[in-house]
Design a protein around this ligand. Structure first.
Ligand SMILES: N[C@@H](CCC(=O)N[C@@H](CS)C(=O)NCC(=O)O)C(=O)O
Length: 211
């Protein structure tokens, strides 16, 4: 398998942490796509992913998966141990529910703030082949949403060891990447979110979190 990665970007990290947790990282050819140099915008990369984003996982039969959730799903089916997307029907559903919430309300909020404020992303308000100008009000709103999402995450974690139930899952991967990504827009875990702080200290200890 070929893994199109970017060591500095958050979405590929969501796939990379998952791949590492499955013990598969060394079995893949890893290609680093330099987003700062806009390598994702080249005609060569467009042939690999017409949506011009990373991560991409190319399977041995040539199929290319260009969304993190698709990469997770495929690897969960082909390499079930350890399960990272739930063990029982209810756990699977709750993990899917929280993963979606973290992606929409946490991760995308940070992305919205960055893409609409960083000078290097001028004209790149949205990923892909079309150019979208930055909207400064969206940057402000994204930051506020990210701050508020810390509180939501704190309530979701409560006194549990993980975001959902008693096992590490993709909900933890997304929440971890969200908390680290939020630092880019100077949103830290507030003192009021002691559950997030405790959970974050614990999941950050995992070797995959260092990747
Ligand atoms: N939903 C996609 C999102 C991927 C995505 O947006 N990746 C960003 C890096 S974090 C990217 O490739 N950006 C390219 C750009 O900014 O032009 C996924 O989860 O795979």
């Amino acid at each position: 398998m070929k893994f199109y990665d970017c060591s500095t970007a958050p979405s590929p990290r969501r796939a990379r942490v998952f791949i590492a947790e499955k013990g598969l990282l060394d079995s893949m050819e890893r290609i680093d796509v330099n987003l700062r140099e806009k390598e994702q915008m080249t005609p060569e990369f467009a042939k690999i992913n017409p949506f011009l984003t990373v991560p991409v996982l190319e399977l041995d039969d040539g199929t290319r998966l260009n969304a993190t959730v698709a990469i997770w799903r495929h690897l969960e089916e082909t390499h079930p141990e350890p399960p990272l997307m739930g063990r029982t029907p209810v756990e699977k559903a709750l993990i899917a529910q929280w993963q979606w919430r973290i992606e929409m309300d946490g991760f995308q909020a940070v992305g919205e703030c960055l893409r609409n404020s960083v000078p290097g992303m001028a004209g790149r308000g949205v990923t892909g082949k079309h150019s979208y100008e930055q909207i400064p009000a969206l940057a402000e709103r994204g930051k506020l949403r990210a701050e508020r999402f810390m509180e939501t995450l704190d309530e979701a974690i409560g006194d549990k060891p993980f975001v959902v139930g008693d096992a590490y899952s993709v909900a933890d991967i997304d929440a971890l990447v969200f908390v680290d990504f939020a630092k880019w827009i100077k949103v830290a875990v507030p003192d009021s979110c002691a559950n997030v702080a405790r959970w974050y200290a614990s999941v950050s200890e995992r070797p995959s979190a260092k990747l």
